[in-house]
Design a protein around this ligand. Structure first.
Ligand code: HEC
Ligand code: HEC
Ligand code: HEC
Ligand code: HEC
Ligand code: HEC
Ligand code: HEC
Ligand code: HEC
Length: 483
């Protein structure tokens, strides 16, 4: 059949009508859309549906929890720039017109890698952890698990982290309003969630460091590497703050946890290579009995094999060593004046000289508080008490109990060697002295060596000064509080 132009137009017209009618039916099911008001309504509805779909799409790209389920992080928007520092091995992310910055050891848009199940590189020298001592030393074990030593590192289970994860208490702001941190809890997992302008990422809490007397810091695994998280929890004010040494306004998750840090805060971990490669499953958290008594395996094996033997074998007791050797046992961790030799850690044994495993740091021997410790070994050595007696640390501290804060109990220990009548304040204060020799002679002191940056200024946590002396300032403070 030959189609003349007029007929052709008619046919196209008809096809058009059918097509429109088809769409019409799709858009407006039968019985709707007959009057103009309803039509406007339906068009608005459609617009809302599209907006909702767009929003869902945007959320899917930015909802960190959703993305994490898919094993992804949020893509970096174009207006943020990133560069890689190959020497230090981290990515830097910044905004051209802002001083704030992000440092992460994983690529922006990805997540930290879970810890691998690798086998240790070096044999464990016999560390077992405190639980291995329980069956035969139940009483000591029972009191020991409440000490700062045992609690100083542990898995970051929700009940082990002090800070708040509830709205109102779970946010840390910085001096840059668009940079803030939110602590999030999903099931048994905890995260520090970073908001950096319109971009964000999340890092899981893996390990808590600190018995939370002053603070708790947190570590996370990225493969076989450990890093410190940006936010620390400060006990006194129950707030989230920047970790010591971190700059307010930045989001830093690339500070490596070097072996020296773990040497003081865990019992043992297999150290693979510089700066911070470890075998995750080899790690024994907490400081166990064995860091003061020596690795326990031989002792435990022996006493299992000889259950009737009452004579201990393969165990050291620090108080049977010379005073210097006792100081060196505690000095593994309670002095600012040491650097692991060639990063060799976990090798000190009771009876060894500190100098066999650690190098001194110049001008650090007697400083007070540092980021790491109040340097009790160095400070005590300055005291007349120490110089004129055989006093060690256990004259005042029972390593198997938590005696924190019991000023009266500690004062009794002063009175093992002193008479309260010999204190120059006795005439004025009489028997009231006996309750507290500590605050006047071992005052809490903060120093610039230990400072933390917050949005509202710097914080200096105070610690006991172990330089026992007559201190007029402390005496004045004490008397003022008494009145
Ligand atoms: C199978 C039992 C058994 C286990 C497990 C065990 N011990 Fe012992 N331990 C003994 C016996 C028995 C003695 C000797 C009697 C005593 O002093 O209680 C002893 C004594 C000691 C002493 C005192 C040594 C001395 O010279 O006075 C120390 C310190 C010690 N053990 C530490 C540990 C540590 C640390 C652990 C865990 C790593 C541990 N023990 C696990 C049985 C055991
Ligand atoms: C392997 C490292 C290590 C060794 C060895 C060590 N300490 Fe500690 N000690 C620590 C750390 C870390 C803390 C802080 C724990 C915390 O609060 O998180 C601590 C805390 C303490 C406290 C404070 C307890 C409290 O609750 O306030 C005392 C006291 C103490 N140590 C005494 C000693 C004495 C005495 C020795 C030697 C017999 C010793 N330590 C050996 C690492 C060590
Ligand atoms: C030389 C040993 C040493 C090193 C290295 C060290 N610390 Fe400590 N740390 C201590 C001691 C000891 C204390 C307890 C403070 C005191 O009483 O002197 C402490 C206290 C702390 C606290 C506060 C604990 C509380 O209960 O309030 C935290 C958190 C902490 N350290 C984290 C770290 C981290 C993270 C690292 C590594 C980046 C580190 N420390 C490196 C010895 C050390
Ligand atoms: C911070 C160091 C340190 C830690 C940790 C530690 N001890 Fe001791 N322990 C000592 C010192 C120092 C002495 C000597 C105490 C004294 O003479 O007053 C001692 C003494 C002992 C003794 C023999 C004397 C006694 O009091 O019976 C036993 C047994 C013992 N410790 C077992 C343990 C066990 C088990 C653990 C862990 C559950 C443990 N210790 C944790 C430092 C420590
Ligand atoms: C092991 C014994 C011993 C213990 C425990 C002890 N001291 Fe002393 N202390 C001494 C001796 C010895 C002297 C020097 C006395 C002298 O030369 O007459 C001394 C001196 C002092 C002085 C004078 C300091 C100076 O510079 O002139 C003060 C203050 C003091 N002690 C306070 C204390 C306090 C407070 C405690 C408890 C926290 C304490 N001592 C625990 C043995 C001890
Ligand atoms: C003359 C007594 C005495 C001696 C000796 C002594 N300390 Fe202390 N130490 C104290 C008192 C008192 C406190 C405060 C305790 C408290 O408030 O819980 C204290 C607190 C501490 C703390 C907790 C830090 C803080 O500021 O709260 C550590 C860690 C510590 N001592 C370690 C040591 C070590 C290591 C030695 C040996 C080098 C030692 N002490 C020797 C009396 C002593
Ligand atoms: C209110 C603060 C304060 C308290 C509490 C206090 N002291 Fe003192 N103490 C002083 C002052 C100040 C002097 C120096 C007085 C002088 O030289 O006239 C001193 C001096 C001393 C001396 C040195 C005496 C000498 O021969 O030089 C000793 C030892 C001493 N006190 C021990 C103690 C003991 C032990 C206690 C607890 C029972 C205690 N003090 C409680 C403030 C205090």
């Amino acid at each position: 059949m030959k189609i003349v132009p007029m007929q052709r137009n008619l046919i196209l017209g008809l096809i058009g009508l059918v097509a429109v009618a088809g769409c019409w039916f799709l858009l407006f099911p039968v019985g709707e859309g007959q009057n103009p008001d309803e039509m406007v309504n339906l068009l608005q509805k459609e617009a809302r549906r599209k907006a909702a779909a767009r929003e869902a799409d945007r959320r899917a790209k930015t909802d960190l929890a959703l993305l994490a389920k898919q094993g992804r992080g949020q893509r970096l928007p174009d207006y943020l720039m990133s560069s890689i520092d190959r020497e230090e091995n981290f990515w830097f992310i910044g905004k051209p017109d802002s001083t704030a910055g992000v440092q992460i050891p994983f690529e922006p848009g990805s997540l930290p890698l879970p810890p691998p199940d690798t086998e240790p590189l070096n044999p464990n020298p016999g560390f077992l952890g405190a639980d291995a001592c329980r069956e035969c030393h139940a009483e000591k074990h029972e009191s020991f698990i409440h000490t700062a030593h045992h609690r100083t590192s542990r898995l970051a289970l929700p009940e082990e982290v002090s800070g708040s994860f509830e709205e109102g208490g779970n946010r840390m702001n910085t001096s840059t309003p668009e940079v803030f941190f939110t602590m999030k809890k999903r099931g048994d997992e905890l995260f520090q969630s970073v908001n950096f302008f319109d971009w964000g990422f999340e890092v899981p809490f893996n390990i808590v460091v600190g018995s939370s007397k002053m603070a708790e810091s947190y570590l996370y695994w990225h493969g076989d590497q450990l890093f410190q998280m940006n936010c620390t929890h400060l006990t006194e004010s129950d707030t989230w703050i920047n970790s010591p040494g971190f700059i307010d306004g930045d989001a830093v998750f690339a500070r490596p946890i070097r072996s020296g840090c773990l040497d003081c805060h865990v019992t043992y971990v297999d150290y693979r290579k510089s700066a911070n490669h470890y075998t995750p499953k080899s790690m024994i958290l907490g400081i166990s009995c064995e860091r003061c008594h020596g690795p326990g395996k031989q002792h435990v094996d022996y006493h299992h094999a000889h259950p009737d033997t009452k004579q201990s074998k393969y165990m050291e007791v620090p108080s049977k060593l010379s005073r210097q050797a006792q100081m060196d046992v505690c000095g593994q961790c309670h002095t600012t004046n040491k650097l692991p030799k060639g990063e060799q850690v976990f090798q000190f044994r009771p009876g060894d000289k500190l100098g066999d495993h650690y190098d001194p740091i110049e001008h650090q021997a007697d400083v007070s508080n540092s980021v790491h410790t109040a340097n009790q070994v160095g400070r005590l050595a300055l005291s007349t008490c120490f110089q004129k007696s055989e006093m060690g640390c256990v004259e005042c501290h029972n390593p198997h109990r938590n005696e924190r804060g019991q000023v009266g109990l500690f004062s009794k220990r002063c009175l093992e060697c002193h008479q309260q009548e010999n204190c120059g304040m006795h005439d004025e204060l009489g028997s009231r002295l006996a309750d507290n020799c500590i605050d006047c002679h071992m005052p809490m002191r903060a120093t610039k060596n230990l400072q933390v940056e917050t949005r509202d200024g710097n914080i200096f946590p105070p610690l006991r000064d172990h330089h026992i002396r007559v201190d007029q300032q402390a005496t004045d403070e004490f008397l003022k509080n008494l009145r």
